[in-house]
Structure formats: C-alpha cells, structure tokens
Design a protein around this ligand. Structure first.
Ligand code: 6GU
Length: 226
C-alpha cells in the first residue's frame, strides 16, 4: 500500500511513522508513506497556501491551486483508490472504515488546516471525507496519523501475530475482554481461575461473556449496530 499525505505541516506528521509498528511496516516495505508539502506547489513569491474567505468571516481558507497541482501530479503517476480529506465535518472514522481502507493500493490523504479548503477542492478532487471524532483539532495532521496507524496495522504481515488484529476491540462490534499476564496473584489481586483451567471452550465462553457485558455497560450503541 502507498499513502501520499498532502500537508502544510509535514514535520507534525513524521514522528508517528518513525517508531514501533509503523516504522517496521515501512522497513518491511508493506507500506510506503510519502509527504507532500503544499508550499512546494505554490505559484506566488510568498508561497501562499491560504487566503481570506469570500463573503467575509473569520479564518483563512486553503487555496485550490496548490492542492490541484499536487493531486494532479500524483494522479499522473499512478491511479488512486481514494482521495481522502481530513475534516471535522467528515464521516466519523471507525474500525469498519479502517478495514475498507486497508484493502486499497494507493490513497491520498489531504490534511485540512485553518478554516478548511475551498469547497471546489471537495467537489472536484475529494472522494471521501473523514473526521476522527466530535471535537476540533487545529489541523488534519494528527487525525491523518490516527487513520494511518489504524489502517497500516491491518495490512497483512504488519502485526507479528496475524490473528491479533482480528481479536481487537470493535472488529466484531464488541469491546475486548480483560487480559492478564504474570504474576498469578499481585498484592492479593488474583487472575480469574478459569484462565488456568486449560479448558479452551470454557475460556472462550468466559471471554465472550466478559466482552458482551463490557460492551453492554460502556458502549450499548455498538450492540445495536448491524
Ligand atoms: Cl480530521 N480535522 C480537524 N481539524 N479536527 C478534527 C478532525 C479532523 N477530526 C476530529 N476533529
């Protein structure tokens, strides 16, 4: 998979890809990340990427021209499955969207900044708009890093144990059950006995019951989703 990220702040985005699982995924060539600084696509001496909005009102708007130049150049080099715009008014990101995105070959992620982009960018280039939750960040960069992390870990081979993404919270619309490791007893607090039974159907049943009870208590909304 190849991900091209268009941003005015590439430095804000780099570090999440330089550690742990994402770093290893890149080293193993399971994913390629390319950053594109919008300022490299400007046409005036000031390297403007934004301007005041027509009609008046607070906040700057990202210009269409540098974005057009960058996207058009990328599209001339390969086909893209999606051009994703990160924006607080996009569709709320979830595991299902992460699963879908992980199947793609090439995607572009455009990070919004200031008030956002000129509407014509959305009308002409963007195929999917994503928000990571109901709060406003100062830019789409951190949200893009969140989406990339969630997607990349789903690419086959990225996680050591292939099954471990399948047992994540949300994969079956259930939160994950409690997990334990040694010691068996810590300051009087014991690990549930069933986990030592060696009876795997019994252990699986316990985990399912715990996952269901936890989901019912914390996220009943997940149980009513299809
Ligand atoms: Cl994608 N961008 C911004 N600026 N704020 C957000 C967001 C995105 N998702 C949640 N809040």
């Amino acid at each position: 998979m190849r991900i091209d990220i268009i941003t005015v702040l590439p430095e804000l985005l780099k570090s999440p890809f330089e550690a742990s699982i994402l770093k290893r995924a890149i080293e193993a060539q399971l994913v390629e990340i390319h950053f594109h600084n919008l300022r490299d696509y400007t046409s005036d001496n000031y390297k403007s990427v934004d301007d005041y909005q027509y009609g008046g009102g607070a906040g700057m708007v990202m210009l269409i021209e540098p974005i057009d130049k960058c996207i058009t150049k990328l599209k001339s080099q390969r086909d893209y499955d999606e051009v994703i715009y990160m924006t607080p008014d996009g569709a709320r990101f979830n595991q299902q969207i992460a699963n879908q995105l992980s199947l793609h070959k090439n995607i572009i992620i455009l990070c919004g900044h200031y008030k956002g982009v000129d509407q014509r960018v959305r009308d002409l280039f963007v195929t999917k708009e994503i928000s990571i939750g109901d709060y406003v960040l100062s830019g789409g960069e951190l949200a893009a890093a969140v989406v990339c992390d969630a997607v990349i870990r789903l690419i086959p081979g990225v996680l050591g144990n292939e099954t471990s993404a399948l047992t994540d919270s949300f994969q079956d619309n259930l939160l994950a059950p409690p997990i334990y490791t040694r010691p068996r007893e810590y300051k009087g607090h014991k690990v549930p006995e069933v986990l030592f039974s060696g009876n795997f159907p019994e252990i699986e049943k316990w985990r399912e019951e715990k996952a269901y009870a936890l989901t019912k208590a914390r996220r009943p909304d997940l149980l009513s989703e299809d």
